[in-house]
Design a protein around this ligand. Structure first.
Ligand code: GRF
Length: 195
C-alpha cells in the first residue's frame, strides 16, 4: 500500500477528494501525512478529522526557507512517504526534494498548461486572466513536478467550456470539479505504478 504525502495551502478540497479516494478503494494507497505552509489552512483540519498526521511548516515556525525545506523532507521521510501530491500547494519545492522524489511528485493546476501557468498564475489569478481574455475554453492539468513552475511532464488534461456568463468564481467551480476527478485518477495511477 503506497504511503501518500499531500501538500496543501488552502481549503483542501483536492486533498478531501484524495482522502475519499483512499477510503472508497479508488486509490490503492493511504494518506500518511498532510503538510501546509499556511498555519490555518483548512486542509489541515480535514486531515485531523481523518486522524491523518497534519503539520504546519512555514514562516511562522521555520523563518529560513532552507530550514523549512529540510523540515519538509524530514517529515516526509519520517512518515515513510512514497509519493507526493501537491494539492493547491503554493510554495516552491527545493531541488533536494525534487531529487529525492523524482517522478514521484504530481501537481494539479487549474488551467490547460502551458496556458495560464508559471510564475504568478495560481488559484483565482488563473481564472481571472482566462475570463479577462474571453477564452472559450479553460480546464485542469495534472503534471509531474520538476525544478520549474508548472513545467513538468503532463500526465492528463481536460477542457472546460467557458460561457459568456462565467465569472472567475463560476469558472473556478467548474474547473475544481474536473481537478478533483483528474487528481484522484492520477494519484491512483501513481500509487499502482501505472504512471
Ligand atoms: C484549486 O483551484 C487548485 O488548483 C489551486 O487551489 C485551488 C483550491 O484547491 N491550486 P483546494 O480546494 O485547496 O484543493
Amino acid at each position: 500500500m503506497k504511503r501518500i504525502g499531500v501538500l496543501v495551502s488552502g481549503g483542501g478540497t483536492n486533498l478531501q477528494a484524495i482522502i475519499d479516494g483512499t477510503l472508497n478503494g479508488t486509490i490503492q494507497g493511504e494518506v500518511a501525512l498532510v503538510v501546509s505552509n499556511r498555519k490555518n489552512a483548512f486542509g489541515l483540519e480535514r486531515a485531523k478529522k481523518h486522524g491523518i498526521p497534519a503539520l504546519y511548516i512555514g514562516k511562522g515556525n521555520y523563518p529560513e526557507q532552507a530550514d523549512a525545506d529540510a523540515a519538509l523532507l524530514e517529515a516526509l521521510e519520517s512518515h515513510e512517504v512514497d509519493v507526493v501530491v501537491l494539492a493547491g500547494y503554493l510554495n516552491i519545492l527545493s531541488p533536494a526534494m525534487i531529487a529525492r522524489y523524482r517522478n514521484k511528485i504530481i501537481n494539479i493546476h487549474p488551467s490547460l498548461i502551458p496556458a495560464y501557468s508559471g510564475m504568478g498564475y495560481y488559484g483565482m489569478k488563473v481564472h481571472e486572466a482566462v475570463i479577462a481574455n474571453h477564452e472559450a475554453y479553460s480546464g485542469a492539468t495534472v503534471h509531474f513536478v520538476d525544478e520549474g513552475t508548472d513545467t513538468g511532464e503532463i500526465i492528463v488534461q481536460e477542457r472546460v467550456r467557458v460561457s459568456e456568463e462565467d465569472t472567475p468564481e463560476t469558472l473556478a467551480k467548474k474547473v475544481l470539479v474536473v481537478e478533483h476527478r483528474l487528481l484522484v485518477e492520477s494519484t491512483a495511477k501513481l500509487c499502482s505504478g501505472n504512471l
